[in-house]
Design a protein around this ligand. Structure first.
Ligand SMILES: [Zn+2]
Length: 278
């Protein structure tokens, strides 16, 4: 048998590896579509169920029940937008993370550094982005919110194209679902002490100028001597179980210059100004 030149084997091996990689990428996409569709089908099955809730009284006697469908209803809709940064290095990496079942995390949208927006879940469905969180008395943020991941590692400013795309996306969401101005918040706001995204580089002021969330006024009144800052934080929505963590979360969003748990006079003035908007 005539032996082929070593360069041929290298070429052959390269083609083989390349084709395996390409094949794997295609298979992953097809699998994702299949899993996405079968999960949608299973939720449709739940929505189609027409059975009354079965109740029993304290003696164990069943309460008579029936199911008679009303004709006046539609889908529940999101009422909050929660903004994150991915803490990953690329859009592709984030999309992959959200496409693997073992990670158990997802978001509705991912916004790339070049401004590209990837929509990963229908807005009416519940994505897994908030985790253990609380805002006001809402303890299941995933059920009432849209999660947006901004591709950023947390150490750099966000890019102009991605903020431009984000603003367009927020305008669409606000209009489509009639989301209140106050309800555009960050992951760090709803999970103080646990999450610090989006980072201090996130342009909350720019968002507030367009009607997405609030920001302090340019001229600040002096906070009163007896200002109850804990109640103010709570009225905004912060979970004040750990006051220091709530202060830090507030400062990350509304002050951004320092995120220590101490409240300076300026911080207090900002808080006094902001809480009155809620
Ligand atoms: Zn997050």
């Amino acid at each position: 048998m005539k032996l082929l030149k070593p360069s041929f084997y290298i070429l052959f091996l390269t083609i083989l590896i390349a084709s395996c990689k390409a094949k794997k990428a295609v298979v992953t996409t097809v699998d994702n579509k299949k899993v996405y569709k079968s999960q949608i089908d299973s939720f449709l099955d739940i929505a189609k169920q027409m059975q009354p809730t079965l109740l029993v009284d304290s003696a164990g006697t069943p309460i008579p029940a029936d199911f008679i469908g009303t004709v006046n209803f539609n889908l529940r809709k999101p009422n909050y937008v929660i903004i994150h940064h991915t803490a990953q290095d690329s859009l592709a990496q984030t999309v992959k993370t959200f496409s693997l079942t073992r990670t158990q995390v997802s978001a509705h949208y991912v916004v790339g550094r070049d401004g590209k927006v990837v929509h990963m879940l229908n807005d009416y469905l519940r994505s897994w982005h908030a985790g253990v969180s609380k805002w006001g008395n809402v303890t299941d943020m995933n059920s009432c919110s849209i999660g947006i991941e901004i591709d950023n590692n947390g150490l750099q400013p966000f890019t102009d194209p991605q903020i431009k795309s984000l603003l367009l996306l927020l305008a669409y969401l606000k209009k489509t679902y009639n989301i209140p101005t106050a309800n555009f918040i960050g992951h760090s706001d709803i999970a103080p002490g646990r999450k610090t995204d989006p980072s201090k580089y996130f342009p909350w002021k720019t968002l507030a100028e367009r009607g997405f969330g609030f920001w302090s006024d340019d001229v600040l009144e002096l906070a009163p001597e007896d200002f109850d800052y804990v109640t103010a934080l709570r009225l905004i929505g912060y979970d004040t179980k750990n006051v220091n963590a709530a202060v830090q979360a507030f400062k990350l969003h509304f002050v951004q210059m320092d995120t220590t748990p101490q409240l300076t006079q300026l911080d207090l003035n900002v808080l006094f100004n902001v809480y009155k908007k809620y």
